[in-house]
Structures are given as C-alpha cells and as structure tokens.
Design a protein around this ligand. Structure first.
Ligand code: IPM
Ligand code: SF4
Length: 415
C-alpha cells in the first residue's frame, strides 16, 4: 500500500489498509500516563468495572509533574496511583526523579520507529522524533486503552514540511521549531500529522529532533514525525525495549500540502506572551527585561541544552534568578560527570529535581504578577507559570545569554 508514515503505522496497528480520514480501531503498542493524569485514568478504568489492565508490560507510568509532592492532596493522589500500579503489576513505573515522561520513554527504549504510542499528555508527539506515531489523549481514552489495548482514531492527513539549508551559529532546533510554529500558527496543523524532511532536519541531533517533534502540538498537530535514520538507530542500539520495523512514506504518498523552508535565513527566535505562535526574530525584542530564566522541560532539558548554557555561562554570574531542571536523572548524571553541573551552579544557577519543574506553574519557580520569565519550555500561555506573569520562549542559548544580562539577549554575542 502507498502511504504516509502515519497511514502506514495505522495500517499495521489496525490490521488493514488505513488511509487519511478513515476511522480505525488501532492496537496500541505503548501507553503512558504520568502522576498528573494517571489517577484520573485509573478512576475511569475502575468505573468501567474492568479488573485487569490489558497488558501490564505495555503501560508506562513515570512520575514527573508534581514531584516530590508539594501538597498533601498531591501526595494522596500519587499514593493512589502507586497502589494501583502495584495491584495491577505494571512493570514500568518510574518514581519521581527519574525524569520527564517524554524523556524517560525514549531513554528506556520505548520510543521506537513505526510504533503507535499513546500518552495521557499532550506532548506525547515527542516520540515522532524516532519515527513513531506518538500522540496525546485524555484520561478517559487512556482508561479505554488500559482496559482493551485499543482506541479508535480518524487517520490524520499529513503535511510535509521540508527544511533545507543549514542552521547558522547560535541558531538551534528550538529556533527552527519556533520559526515553523510562527509560520504555521497555533491551529495551522490541527489534527494533521506533520512529516519533517530536508537537510536541516537530518542534520539535527536526536535531542534536536525531540525538541522539534515535542512542539508539533503547538501548531495543533496530532503528531510530528522525523523519518528514522542512522542517528535514530544508533541512539536505540542497546536501548530498544522491543523489536521494531522502521516505517517510511512512499514516494507517491498523498500529502495534504507541502511546505518548503530555508534554514539559512533563520535567526534566533522568541515566542512572546501569550501564544506560542507569537514568534519574532530576536532582534525585535532584544533588551526586554526578565525576572527569571528557566532551562529545562521536555522541550529543552537534555544534556546538549545544559551544555550550551554552560558554554555561555562559564566563568560568568547570572544577573536574574535562574533555574535549571534536567529532563531526567540520566541527564543530571551526565551533567555532573561532564562538569556542566558545576559550571552552572558556580554561575549562580539553581537546580531542581529532574521532572517538569516550573514548566506548568504547579510548584517551584512560580513567578509573581507582573514578572517575566524567559523559558526554554513549549508553552507561554497566560498565567501558566503564575497569574499575571509573562512568559517568553527561546532556546537554551538565548536563555543563558539573557540570564547574564537580565534582559533578552542575542546568544550569538556569547558564542
Ligand atoms: C498535565 C498535563 C495533562 C499537561 C499536558 O497534557 O500537556 C502538561 O504536561 C502540560 O504541558 O501542560
Ligand atoms: S515538562 Fe512541561 S510540557 Fe513537558 S510534560 Fe512536563 S509540564 Fe508538560
């Protein structure tokens, strides 16, 4: 059958020929729910009256959103999930501190080419960096997966985005991602799958591809997918949790539209409050004062993100409060071993336990009314990090450079 990557993954998962806009019942390869959503999902699951989950080895539960628990209410909800995980014999449970779900699944080898991976979290599209179809669902849909291992979908149409050329010095995967979102708009890809091609995409590291696919949902996309290549396979070597079959689009696959971009022209980008597509080249906002700088999240909390921040901050001192949250324990350990951790701490950066940290304003690093945070996260919605606060989004290099000056600063000055 001819098809896009999504059509082929849904064909395999539903055991038939799936084309865009078909309704299919698909077998889920892996299901994920974290501490923020698992308790809702297990509540619906229990209401359904089903006793046992469909496959205790295919459900992954990482605790990342509100860890260590900050309130009695959170502690109680977490206890409920832990008890349920034990009772169901769910084998892949990761306690708080292991990392953010979208980092932990790839690290543990669950994000695999050709797989259908559903998470009770909107940024589950991150797994597309490995050629998987990853998408987020709500807690009741997740309860259905817990019970049956299946879920219905309308197979999405696919937009093909090709980015040729080379990202210039000081311009990173995050800048490219923000640029594409600025061009597409927050609803420009609603319920579509996006496939990424071109030299600028294949040049991206695995971490960079994760940044790119992570934010596909910010243009409304159901999934963002990079075709797997040697970089993907070498990341998965010795790590893959199962056998996998890479899936590629056919040359005559049917795309809804095809877009072309040139990476050479892109300068560092900033998403301004309060929408992710409110993107401008950094030159338009240079000098905007900030109160807090934040490096972390499932978008940009990986080693290469902390490394570029350390390059910029080495021997310097931050001027505003600056928080770093490694995306996982493994990232934290690598940062310690490589000296990145020490460089950042000496520069005045505060570290938080691997997890979501300040990203969604649930605890740690909340900002006050009227304050501004420059963050490496994926969302700058009104009030997300604290009522009345302003969030600007940029690359880790931009955040590090701005932490030194206390205002939005072009990282190319420091590189
Ligand atoms: C809490 C969770 C449901 C939410 C999401 O789905 O994205 C969170 O991770 C976020 O980034 O806002
Ligand atoms: S780091 Fe932020 S965006 Fe990512 S899963 Fe956690 S809260 Fe959501």
């Amino acid at each position: 059958m001819q098809g896009t990557i999504s059509e082929k993954i849904f064909s395999r998962a539903s055991g038939g020929d799936a084309s865009a806009n078909d309704f299919v019942s698909a077998n889920i390869d892996y299901a994920m729910a974290h501490d923020g959503t698992s308790v809702l999902a297990l509540h619906s699951f229990q209401e359904m009256g089903v006793e046992k989950v469909w496959d205790a080895d295919k459900i992954i539960v990482p605790f990342d959103h509100l860890i260590p628990a900050s309130t009695e209410a959170a502690a109680l909800l977490q206890k409920k999930t832990r008890d349920w995980v034990k009772e169901q014999g769910i084998s892949h449970f990761y306690e708080g501190g292991e990392g953010i779900c979208h980092q932990v699944l790839p690290e543990k080898g669950f994000a695999l080419p050709g797989k259908l991976i559903i998470g009770a979290d909107s940024h589950s599209c991150t797994y597309g960096a490995f050629g998987a179809f990853g998408t987020g669902v709500g807690a009741t849909d997740m309860a259905e997966i817990f019970a049956s291992g299946k879920l219905w979908f309308r197979v999405p149409e696919t937009i093909k985005m090709t980015v040729d050329g080379t990202l210039q010095k000081g311009v990173f995967a995050k800048d490219l991602t923000l640029y594409l979102i600025g061009k597409t708009g927050i609803s420009g890809a609603t319920y579509k799958a996006v496939e990424y091609y071109g030299t600028a995409i294949s040049d991206l590291s695995v971490a960079g591809r994760m940044t790119l696919c992570n934010m596909a949902i910010e243009m409304g996309a159901k999934a963002g997918i990079v075709p797997p290549d040697e970089k993907t396979f070498s990341y998965l070597k010795g790590r893959a949790a199962a056998d996998y079959e890479p899936v590629y689009a056919d040359s005559d696959a049917n795309y809804l539209s095809e877009k072309y971009y040139d990476a050479d022209d892109i300068e560092p980008q900033i998403a301004c409050p309060h929408e992710v597509d409110n993107v401008v080249p950094i030159s338009k906002v240079i000098g905007t004062p900030i109160d807090q700088a934040f490096i972390g999240t499932c978008t940009n909390g990986r080693l290469e993100d902390l490394a570029v921040a350390a390059d910029i901050l080495k021997g310097k001192t931050v001027k505003v409060r600056t928080i770093a949250t490694p995306a996982s324990r493994a990232v934290l350990l690598d940062a310690v071993e490589s000296g990145i951790f020490e460089t950042l701490v000496k520069a005045g950066v505060s570290f938080i336990t691997p997890g979501c940290g300040p990203c969604l304003g649930a605890h740690q690093g909340v900002i006050a009314e009227g304050e501004t945070c420059l963050s490496t996260a994926n969302r700058n919605f009104r009030g997300r990090m604290g009522k009345g606060g302003n969030i600007y989004l940029g690359s880790p290099a931009t955040v590090a450079a701005s932490a030194i000056t206390g205002e939005i600063t072009d990282p190319r000055e420091f590189l």
